[in-house]
Design a protein. Structure first.
Ligand SMILES: [Zn+2]
Ligand SMILES: [Zn+2]
Lengths: 436, 555
């Protein structure tokens, strides 16, 4: 009889009645063949694999992470509350020790959603991993979290949310931004002045295959994880590195995904992208689930899998080696890099323009952060978009020192009397979220 | 008139049902080593003095196949499974003579690797040499495309007495369960066939030339003729008989049914007069199957459950060490506590008092208090399990936003009880909970009434793939080419027609044909930003329930 070595929880929520629009890749049909495959293989019958019904997240769960403009309700649908809820359900079950690990196989995805949300970008409205992580921090007091994003696209949303958080290690492995949406995720993006080095980007060349991915995990990600020592490891498990994915140019296989999962040993995996809905997802998901459960996956293979056709060139191998070396360099020199960004000022500022491709919105954002050695630093955000909405937002971090808290509240008071239509306080230290 | 017969572990109940209500019932002891004579004795007794011509049909619920599976006295069979990539099919091995062969159908029903005919012929020779008469053939995704199973069938056909094909057993997707179910069908086939042929011919010689129907685990019936192809569907029909009997007097709201026996209490649930079914199928004797079945939970608390004190706490069951001490049994039981509380000064009461006094002494309380505590505890455990069952039904995963947000949540307010200590438990459960608790009318024979009046049930699953221009219900041996304008409504109508045909063939009358749509999904298939077709899945069933025209209660 088949019995999972690791007790594994699954939320399977294909949202069969929801699509961004009828012919959009993020559509009703997306997990249909995955469902057929996991049902036919009898995965939910395996001893030690438990299927959970997703909870819904609350508005407060969303506010803990996001500053939604004009408000939470107007930038989300029920599908987002359920998808984030699926991740939360798995997170809770892991913390309650009902399961050893779990996989939220949900849609829509979330890793392109940043802290400020004016609408959808890269098929994402709210960041389902971040909502889960902040819920777990609040409910179970976990501190150090590692999020390893293996989606083929740069996880720019998660990067934005944890840019200033030294207690969250965010590593994104993706196809080089010069060749793919969203065009970011380079080595020189490594976090803000209070958290340099806990954001790491590993841009891989097109046509990277299993060999290159697994090399990256073993030679860059695992050593960094060993040193960071997270309380919990989360995998943003996008499946669009697959050789059959229509939107990308990589050569990863189902077996490769399973190998990656058994190397990484995530406590929680969350589905992100992946749009080869017939040729990849059914097999990749099988591989990930079996690997998480500690079961044999050597016989999982796509009907058209031909390893010789997918093998990677020596120039690709060479550049991957170099990139991994560079990433380790960033990580090892993070203190020096931090000092360099900080300079002598009390504050650090940056200004950005952000495109919401899914909803066709253009945002201009200015951000100011307290440079602080005692906490992650309070953040002030001024944002406006071409929809006419604007926002003045203040973020006080969960471990805020008195000084940063004080400054945060001062900012909020000045913001209230300012010219912004929405003024918002995100006080993580008190789990208090105010708008005016 | 209809005869309903339910073979139980110790007794077999038989009723005779007129349109106006039950007219006669008898009880005969069950001889587990000779069910045939038990059944015949039941028929003889119930028809004594009755004109056999007046009897229109007989419905049987037996433990024949269940016992054979649980006691592993089933026939040796051969199994051929076509697995392809995925979990190693060897892990689903059901028996010796199990062969995993080449070939693979993918999730869309496309042949990804063909079978090796030489390999099949070789296995066929081996099975034949080993004296195998019955074979099961199961392919992964055969419910999408049965061609490989059919091809294997053609190769094997002339060499074996009966071959069961996985796609004919169930249209549900679950390869391991399809293997187990096909195996069980092949394995119980000869026992089932011999038994019912013998019953039928014996009844014939007694002038009872009536159609024989058999109760299934889902609380529905099928004709003996149809059961030959699906013999495993007759397993575990006992709990179904009782629950169908309870339906007669249950209100239309959500209702919990408790069958409190000697060793166990079975919990089942009714929604709007129909029993809640297992999502996929029953698990029995270590096999997870695709056999449609009521969702029942059996817990180790009954009238004869062993009561003792452990670490200062009362423990009840799950073992039964014999009858209640009130009836001369060896150890204190729940029934003894009930006797003490009733205080009827009968002979049994005196013996029960001795039983409860031993518990009272250990707890240093009065016998009445001890009896009360025992009974409270038994009811507590049952109520807790009832809550768990409700929670579990409500936390069944769903896959659409609509179902998740607006799906039906069961909220039972009524419990119906049957079984030996039904009366006492009903009163006490009501006191201890917010449920209104009633006793199933004529509960002593409700099981046989339930069997006698159960409808013929079946289900049909149909899928359409307009990109591949096909609609198919492989389980019904149905497939047709289809155009791009085919819709979900067309599919529902098509499935309903197939269901009606199947139900009538299985012994239903058209007035009891109440269709329920269990699943109706339609997807646009989008490839490269344009729609290339529709993928439609429809599942319909005959709603389980009682047949029309017969009053299950009577005057
Ligand atoms: Zn992606
Ligand atoms: Zn600070």
């Amino acid at each position: 009889m088949l019995r999972a070595k690791n007790k594994t929880g699954l939320v399977f929520f294909p949202a069969f009645d929801w699509a961004i629009d009828p012919t959009h890749p993020e559509r009703e049909e997306r997990l249909l063949y995955t469902q057929d495959q996991v049902f036919e293989e009898g995965l939910f019958d395996i001893d030690g694999i438990t299927e959970y019904k997703p909870d819904l997240v609350t508005e407060k769960d969303v506010q803990r992470v996001h500053m939604c403009v004009p408000d939470v309700k107007r930038v989300t649908t029920n599908s987002h509350f359920i998808s984030a809820g699926g991740a939360k359900t798995i997170g809770r079950a892991v913390m309650e020790k009902e399961i050893d690990c779990g996989f939220a196989l949900v849609r829509p995805p979330g890793h392109h959603a940043m802290r400020v949300v004016h609408g959808g970008r890269g098929f994402c409205n709210i960041n389902i991993e971040a909502i889960m992580v902040e819920f777990l921090r609040k409910e179970y007091g976990i501190k150090k979290v590692a999020i390893i994003d293996t989606d083929c696209h740069h996880g720019d949303g998660t990067q934005d949310i944890y840019w200033h958080d030294p207690n969250t290690l965010f590593v994104s492995v993706h196809q080089d931004g010069r060749t793919l949406y969203p065009g970011s995720g380079f080595l020189n993006e490594f976090g803000g002045p209070n958290a340099a080095g806990t954001t790491l980007n590993i841009p891989l060349p097109p046509n990277t295959s299993d060999e290159g991915y697994l090399y990256t995990v073993e030679n860059a990600i695992l050593p960094i994880l060993d040193e960071f020592k997270p309380d919990i490891i989360i995998n943003s498990a996008g499946q669009d590195n697959h050789f059959s994915d229509p939107l990308t140019n990589m050569n990863f296989s189902a077996k490769g995904y399973a190998d990656l999962t058994s190397l990484l040993k995530p406590d929680i995996a969350v589905l992100e992208g992946g749009y080869s809905i017939e040729g990849a997802l059914p097999y990749v998901n099988m591989g990930i689930i079996l690997a998480m459960a500690g079961l044999d996956y050597s016989n999982i293979k796509e009907p058209n899998y031909d390893p010789s056709r997918l093998s990677q060139s020596s120039s690709v191998s060479g550049s991957i080696k170099d990139i991994c070396k560079d990433v380790l360099n960033v990580w090892n020199n993070r203190d020096a890099l931090r000092d360099k960004i900080r300079g002598d000022g009390k504050f650090h500022e940056r200004a950005r323009n952000i495109m919401y491709d899914t909803d066709n919105i253009y945002e201009m954002q200015k951000e100011k952060i307290m440079i602080c050695d005692d906490c992650a630093g309070s953040i002030r955000i001024e944002s406006s978009s071409d929809t006419g909405h604007n926002l003045f937002g203040v973020h006080i971090p969960v471990d805020a020192c008195n000084k940063c808290k004080e400054v945060g509240y001062e900012w909020f008071e000045t913001g209230k009397s300012g010219s912004f239509k929405n003024t918002l306080l995100q006080d993580r230290s008190e789990d208090n979220y105010l708008t005016s | 008139m209809i005869i309903g017969l339910d073979v139980g572990g110790t007794h077999t109940d038989v009723v005779l049902l007129e349109k106006s209500g039950p007219v006669k019932n008898v009880k005969v002891p069950t001889d587990t080593s000779d069910l045939f004579s038990t059944v015949l004795k039941g028929f003889e007794k119930i028809t004594e003095g009755i004109d056999p011509k007046k009897i229109k049909r007989a419905v049987l619920s037996t433990t024949l196949t269940t016992n054979a599976i649980v006691q592993s006295t089933v026939q040796t069979v051969g199994m051929i499974v076509i697995g392809g990539p995925g979990i190693d099919p060897e892990l689903f091995k059901t028996n010796d003579h199990y062969y995993s062969v080449k070939g693979y159908i993918d999730h869309r029903g496309r042949e990804a690797e063909s079978i090796d005919e030489t390999q099949i012929k070789e296995i066929s020779r081996k099975l034949k040499k080993d004296g195998i008469l019955h074979v099961g053939v199961v392919g992964k995704f055969s419910a999408r495309n049965p061609s490989q199973e059919n091809r294997v069938y053609e190769i094997l056909n002339n060499n074996f007495e009966k071959i069961f094909l996985g796609h004919q057993i169930s249209g549900n997707l679950n390869f391991p369960r399809r293997i187990a179910t096909t195996y069980l069908n092949a394995a119980v086939y000869p026992i089932h066939k011999d038994f019912f042929e013998a019953v039928r011919s014996s009844l014939k010689t007694k002038g009872l030339n009536v159609p024989i129907h058999i109760l299934k685990a889902d609380g529905g019936t099928m004709s003996f003729e149809s059961s030959i192809d699906y013999p495993a569907q007759t397993i575990f029909s006992g709990p179904a008989a009782s629950v169908m009997g309870a339906i007669a007097t249950a209100p239309d709201s959500d209702v919990i049914v408790l069958d409190i026996g000697g060793t166990t209490t079975d919990i089942a649930m009714l929604i709007d007069g129909a029993p809640v079914l297992e999502p996929l199928g029953i698990a029995l004797g270590g096999y997870k199957t695709l056999i449609r079945s009521l969702k029942t939970k059996s817990i180790g608390i009954g009238g004869d459950s062993h009561v003792r004190v452990e670490k200062g706490e009362i423990k009840i069951g799950p073992e039964r060490l014999g009858r209640a001490m009130a009836y001369g049994g060896p150890v204190p039981t729940t029934t003894d506590a009930i006797f003490v509380l009733n205080e009827d000064n009968s002979n049994e009461f005196e013996k029960a008092k001795i039983a409860v006094e031993s518990i009272a002494k250990e707890l240093k309380i009065s016998p009445i208090d001890a009896a009360q505590k025992i009974f409270d505890k038994a009811c507590d455990v049952i109520l807790e399990e009832v809550e768990k069952t409700v929670r579990q039904i409500n936390s069944q995963p769903v896959y659409t936003i609509h179902e998740l947000l607006d799906g039906y949540k069961v909220k039972p307010t009524t419990i119906m009880v049957l079984g030996g200590p039904a009366k006492e438990f009903a009163i006490h459960l009501e006191k201890m909970s917010n449920y209104s608790v009633g006793i199933v009318h004529e509960w002593k024979v409700a099981n046989a009434i339930g069997a006698g009046l159960a409808r013929t049930t079946c289900e049909v699953m149909l899928f359409a793939d307009t990109q591949h221009n096909i609609i198919a219900a492989p389980e019904e041996n149905f497939s047709e080419p289809v155009g791009s304008h085919y819709t979900k409504n067309d599919a529902i109508m098509q499935a309903t027609d197939l269901l009606k045909e199947k139900a009538l063939k299985n012994g239903s009358s058209s007035e009891d044909f109440e269709v329920e749509i269990i699943e109706d999904l339609e997807f646009n298939m989008v490839r490269g930003f344009s729609t290339v077709g529709k993928n439609i899945r429809v599942k319909v069933q005959v709603k389980p329930g009682l047949i029309h025209g017969y009053d299950p209660i009577g005057a």
